[in-house]
Design a protein around this ligand. Structure first.
Ligand SMILES: Cc1cc2nc3c(=O)[nH]c(=O)nc-3n(C[C@H](O)[C@H](O)[C@H](O)COP(=O)(O)O)c2cc1C
Length: 207
């Protein structure tokens, strides 16, 4: 009898705790079981090219590069951007408003050999950082598949996708992915799932 009362009390406590309004809500950040992707589907030659100022976009570019077994190129500007946030923000606002194309140190000479080009960037002033405009204006992507990816604070990525669509009118632009601040713990799994959704990688059957 004592045992029965003890179990009943324990059960009541658990139920009560589970319904408590004060309990922190578990965020959907649990690592999902991700099946191992195999080589990219088909024999498409893939390039992952990215600009990154503080390293976030580089991390994502490396995830994609490892998963799709691509070449990887970092876009570097001739003049390096300052690390002082306020100064950089003021400069970025001016560059975005003027549709300025900062000169690039990077040139992908064999761009014509790629079938799929992933383009990565941070969102600056609600759109793609200016070096992306420079890259797209100096590299011919007609007839290629272009796949945007970006990192950001809380802004939408839509304006940056529109920019890429307007600068690559004769490319097939696939659905992009945006990794927002504070969500990096699940970024890898989301990237693998996205790469499958857009048909860039296939799953190993039965794994
Ligand atoms: C100059 C500047 C402007 C930014 N503007 C925005 C913005 O408009 N919206 C946003 O969500 N994040 C904005 N951010 C935050 C970056 O998008 C974010 O920190 C990104 O992950 C940085 O990528 P990186 O480490 O590859 O440079 C801005 C950052 C900088 C430095």
């Amino acid at each position: 009898m004592k045992n029965k009362i003890y179990f009943l009390l324990t059960w009541l406590m658990l139920v009560a705790t589970g319904c408590s309004a004060d309990e922190p809500q578990k965020e959907s950040t649990e690592t999902p079981q991700v099946e191992e992707p195999e080589e990219p589907s088909g024999n498409r030659k893939i390039l992952v090219v990215y600009f990154s100022h503080t390293g976030n976009t580089r991390t994502i570019a490396e995830y994609i590069h490892e998963t799709v077994k691509s070449d990887l190129v970092e876009i570097k500007t001739v003049d390096t951007y300052t690390d002082d946030y306020e100064t950089l923000l003021a400069q970025a606002r001016e560059e975005v408003a003027a549709e300025y194309c900062p000169p690039l140190e990077t040139s992908v000479e064999n761009i014509s050999s790629y079938d799929v080009v992933f383009i990565g960037y941070p969102i600056w002033v609600e759109t793609a950082a200016p070096p992306i405009r420079s890259f797209l204006n100096t590299h011919e992507l007609v007839g290629k598949t272009v796949v945007p990816f970006c990192t950001s604070g809380t802004s939408s990525a839509e304006a940056s996708y529109n920019l890429i669509r307007s600068l690559c009118p004769q490319s097939e632009i696939l659905e992009g992915i945006q990794i927002r601040r504070g969500t990096y713990d699940t970024a890898y799994e989301r990237i693998v799932a996205w790469l499958q959704e857009i048909g860039i990688v296939e799953l190993n059957n039965g794994v």
